[in-house]
Design a protein around this ligand. Structure first.
Ligand code: C5P
Length: 469
């Protein structure tokens, strides 16, 4: 990496290089972090008078490298590239035509590509969109309106999950958005997905972090629990209230009853609360109202090959792009529910430190990790889950996704390390994060790969606990 001086210096170096260009091609990832990162960079560059075009890829690998144009434009990689620098070199990209904005582990490479990466500086809870925002602000200090998009990227990449809120630079970005008036930060809010769109009892029944006995996975139980508290659950039009709309005193009554329920079952209450990031300027009762649900909307677009629709929504389109995204979100949820059921019905194969399943070619490789992560909360949570899926466009290649829990990460599990090392052993390539990682491997190596992953996990965490169920 060029000029390893410090994170702020790297940010300024990339911003200066970008401002010196006439024309930039952004190559970004199809997930919420990649879509928001691209939206931030493209807007910052256009505002600065730089011509921008964008390409989205599901992963940087030899097949998708073909989408990176061989032309005169400067290539700006976002949310990918750090771990694939040798591939960039093989593609013939020289040092003076590339910059990388990333938060993944960097690959040693003979070429000294200009890069800004938060990871080597110890900022482990910052996503690529977060780094992109810092670059955008270095391009022009007036770009603080883009903070909201960066928060969505950070949340979408699960940067808040471990600490029940954004921390460090990512939290500072949220604060900037709040000062700009675009974000309402609610501290010690309910740690629950769907606070702007789901009736509260459903919201609670889907929650498994923390797992609340009698409520999690039990919508009828959750409703009975709430009814006993005698707080209004419907509005004057007899519509179910969503959490966001419930008055503060009723919210307090509900969280304190939930805390008692956890304590009565001998469980801690720290994960009952988390910070939430609401967008008061967006229409009520829509997924646009908070960072978590907004990120899911973008993921639905990206994972179903329409990242540009997500990009339009980040740029403010609330018309045709939003309607299309809503449709994709419905479809996304239905297929993931089906995949979850498929995993539970088919059952996983258990090894000493791993559980795994192969889903053939039934599901797109872009969503299997999401389904596996959801299935994990209904399976033995102390064993990471590995899911394999065939690649219709390349029958010799298998996509692998790995997921685990915070608790296992605390005990030493590092799926990024496992995915990278195990895939490299069989001539594949992988990466990701401690809690969620992925890889592509040769189809013929599937069985040996799985055994090797199990061995590596045994080395990281020799005596896995039994989880909380
Ligand atoms: O695809 P999946 O959702 O399982 O990816 C989980 C994480 O692993 C993501 O951060 C993704 O960028 C990373 N990954 C990777 N290399 C792959 C596949 C996934 O770095 N070949």
């Amino acid at each position: 990496m060029t000029t390893v001086m410090g994170f702020p210096e790297d940010i300024r170096a990339v911003a200066a290089e970008l401002l010196a260009q006439d024309s930039v091609t952004i190559v970004s990832h199809i997930d919420a972090d990649g879509i928001t990162g691209e939206a931030i960079l493209a807007q910052a560059l256009s505002r600065a008078g730089v011509t921008v075009q964008s390409v989205f890829v599901r992963q940087l690998e030899p097949l998708t490298m073909r989408q990176v144009p061989k032309d005169e434009t400067f290539k700006l990689f976002c949310d990918l590239g750090a771990g694939q620098q040798n591939l960039l070199a093989e593609h013939g990209l020289s040092e003076d035509e590339v910059a990388i904005i990333d938060h993944h582990v960097s690959q040693p490479c003979g070429r000294d590509y200009l890069q800004v990466n938060c990871l080597p500086y110890g900022h482990t809870k910052l996503s690529a969109a977060g780094v992109a925002y810092l670059v955008a602000r270095a391009i022009d200090s007036g770009n603080t309106d883009l903070a909201r998009i960066a928060v969505i990227g950070n949340i979408g990449d699960m940067m808040a999950r471990e600490d029940c809120g954004l921390v460090g630079i990512a939290r500072d970005i949220a604060q900037e958005g709040a000062e700009h008036g675009a974000i309402e930060i609610r501290q010690r809010d309910l740690n629950c997905y769907g606070i702007s769109t789901r009736p509260l009892h459903l919201c609670l029944s889907y929650t498994d972090d923390p797992f609340i006995p009698g409520i999690s996975t039990n919508a009828a139980g959750a409703l009975r629990f709430l009814e006993k508290l005698e707080v209004p659950l419907k509005d004057s039009a007899r519509r179910w209230l969503v959490w966001e709309e419930i008055p503060p005193e009723d919210r307090r009554a509900i969280t304190s009853a939930l805390a008692q329920q956890l304590l009565a079952n001998g469980q801690g209450i720290s994960r009952l609360f988390s910070e939430s990031y609401l967008f008061p300027g967006e229409p009520e009762r829509t997924p646009l109202r908070n960072a978590q649900e907004f990120a899911t909307l973008l993921n639905a677009c990206g994972r179903w090959s329409r990242p540009r629709v997500g990009g339009s929504i980040c740029r403010g389109d609330r018309g045709s792009a939003y309607r299309e995204a809503e449709h994709m979100l419905t479809n996304h949820r239905a297929i993931i529910r089906e995949l979850l059921q498929f995993i539970l019905d088919s059952g996983v194969t258990e090894l000493s430190h791993l559980q795994y399943i192969h889903v053939g070619n039934r599901y797109p490789d872009t969503i299997v990790g999401i389904g596996a992560g959801m299935a994990l909360s209904k399976l033995a949570m102390h064993k990471p889950i590995l899911i394999m899926v065939a690649q219709p466009e390349d029958p010799e290649l298998t996509k692998v996704s790995l997921r685990t829990t915070n608790r296992m990460v605390e005990q030493g599990v590092d799926l990024q390390q496992v995915a990278t090392e195990a895939s490299a052993k069989f001539g594949g390539a992988g990466g990701g994060h401690r809690i969620a990682a992925g890889a592509f491997i040769p189809r013929g190596a599937e069985q040996e790969f799985v055994f090797h992953v199990n061995e590596l996990l045994a080395g990281q965490c020799p005596c896995p606990g039994t989880g909380h169920r």
